[in-house]
Design a protein around this ligand. Structure first.
Ligand SMILES: [Zn+2]
Length: 348
């Protein structure tokens, strides 16, 4: 999930200007098809990539785990799947819009779930609210960073949102790791692991087809959410993210990028430059707001996100603000003062 759009995306080229409606798929390359499923959020869609896999299909991601999406899949199974079985479901990462339908689709088709270990285990931990992944530890983190009581109450009342979108999870999987190659219909797809957005995000690159299935690691118009979570309160996910996307800089300039949100695009190197410039500008803005006297993330959040936010946006904005602050700490530009239940920041 993401919250803000980045400007100057004009260097990108979109070969298909209109996304398909949810009841059909379109071909984007030989054997590669695009399905767009609705999402019940402000970010209202996710792109699913379907790869012909001999006399079967491989899916990349599978949609939010709500009843409306399940119905859409039932309709699709009777239609364009043309009776061909699902062989495998590659899940780029553990977020509900990507993994929500995995268990149900796999149970109905015997398709194997392919994902990284970091994503598989984190999905289970979020679903079961264990290992520090629950709502309570998250609220403790936000409280330590100065979030107002009524905002904490609002988030508490929402409960475990993860289970809304992921009613069930698979209990076994085929593990994907950095550098693995997955053979699909005679093409080799290389796994490129990315950090910062989720624990061990999998993107797939086919050199022969000139295609990168980028998941949420590289999006054309919006920036990927990069948040700090209570399990690693002092982590630097923004540093990890910026380091990770450098891996895409080695890919050919004319690579067709198939993102999870937005339109397929060319201009991968321009997009990387835009993202770096965007985060650099936001870090400079934040640094400019930090004084010698201690401030918390909740007040500094208004520098990065000055407008009124609903609860969902606030949840992402807090995580992102802490991520930017932790990155400035990692760069030794600011100092973190941790008094147990209260975390604040000052200029170095
Ligand atoms: Zn995501």
């Amino acid at each position: 999930m993401q919250i803000h759009a980045t400007a100057a995306a004009s260097a990108l080229v979109y070969p298909i200007s209109q996304p398909p409606s949810a009841d059909r798929i379109v071909s984007v390359a030989p054997g590669v098809y695009w399905l767009r499923l609705p999402l019940p959020f402000a970010l209202d869609h996710i792109n699913i990539w379907l790869l012909r896999d001999g006399a079967a299909w491989t899916l990349v991601d599978c949609g939010y785990g709500d009843a409306a999406t399940t119905t859409l899949w039932q309709e699709h199974a009777a239609g364009w799947l043309r009776g061909l079985p699902l062989r495998r479901i590659v899940v780029t990462h553990c977020h509900p819009d990507h993994v929500g339908q995995a268990s149900g689709l796999s149970a109905n088709s015997d398709a194997a779930i392919w994902m990284s270990q970091g994503e598989y285990l984190s999905a289970h931990a979020m679903h079961d609210q264990t290992a520090g992944f629950g709502v309570a530890p998250l609220l403790d983190l936000f409280a330590a960073h100065g979030m107002a009581e009524e905002e904490l109450d609002g988030l508490r009342a929402r409960g475990n949102r993860y289970r809304h979108g992921v009613p069930e999870l698979p209990r076994a999987y085929h593990r994907l790791a950095e550098g693995d190659r997955v053979a699909i219909d005679g093409h080799s797809w290389r796994v490129i692991v990315g950090l910062g957005h989720s624990p061990e995000h999998v993107a797939l690159h086919s050199e022969e087809l000139g295609i990168l299935i980028s998941g949420d690691m590289l999006l054309p118009k919006i920036t990927t959410n990069v948040s700090v979570w209570p399990t690693e309160p002092e982590a630097d996910p923004l540093g990890r993210f910026l380091h990770s996307i450098q891996r895409f800089a080695d890919l050919p300039a004319n690579t067709l990028v198939l993102p999870s949100h937005g339109l397929p695009f060319r201009g991968i190197h321009s997009r990387l430059q835009q993202l770096e410039a965007h985060h650099e500008a936001r870090l400079a803005e934040l640094l400019g707001a930090i004084r010698q006297t201690p401030q918390d993330a909740a007040s500094l959040r208004r520098t990065l996100f000055p407008r009124e936010l609903d609860l969902q946006q606030l949840f992402f904005a807090m995580g992102e603000t802490i991520a930017h602050l932790n990155h400035l700490v990692a760069l030794q530009r600011i100092q973190r003062h941790d008094r147990g239940d209260r975390v604040r920041f000052t200029r170095v």
